[in-house]
Design a protein around this ligand. Structure first.
Ligand code: HEC
Length: 134
């Protein structure tokens, strides 16, 4: 089976800043809805990860296939640099979407701290909203 058959995000919708829907080619939609006046209901890194990242990087952070199509965040030396991680999440990188329109600086910092301290990562230097690049 080709890796594309497993898990292929087709679309990342943003709807009025309140809905982020990630649809997958297998017809198994993931939907997360934030209500109220916030962009996102998920305040904590774990929740932000679950709603915004795990569709591609998986619940265990190991990526979709281990072949680098959706890179593993577990044991990834790229995450050694807090600033590089912030940069990728804020501005995107090729197939990695930019989150600056969808997450607040606080949320970006929160999720970056989360991925750098989970999945077997133990980087001690945490970031704050002030570290998020413009
Ligand atoms: C639509 C799928 C998708 C989503 C959603 C997504 N990513 Fe990614 N991510 C990717 C892809 C693809 C790459 C590889 C980019 C490249 O190097 O071409 C990547 C790369 C990364 C990298 C760099 C890793 C490396 O080895 O270069 C980090 C860190 C990262 N993502 C974190 C996150 C975080 C945190 C979130 C949630 C806020 C997230 N990603 C959401 C697809 C996604």
């Amino acid at each position: 089976m080709k890796r594309e058959d497993y898990f292929k995000p087709v679309k990342l919708f943003l709807f009025g800043g309140l809905f982020i829907t990630t649809l997958f080619a297998d017809g198994d939609p993931q939907l997360s809805i934030a209500g109220g006046t916030q962009l996102f209901d998920a305040q904590k890194g774990k929740e932000i990860y679950a709603s915004s990242c795990q569709g591609c990087h998986m619940a265990d952070g190991k990526g979709a296939n281990g072949a680098g199509f959706y890179p593993s965040l577990a044991g990834n030396v790229r995450l050694m640099s807090a600033q590089a991680t912030l940069e990728v999440v804020t501005h995107g990188l090729r197939g990695m979407p930019s989150f600056r329109e969808y997450l607040t600086n606080e949320q970006i910092a929160e999720v970056v701290n989360y991925v750098r301290t989970n999945f077997g990562n133990h980087f001690k230097d945490t970031v704050t909203a002030a570290d998020v690049p413009k």
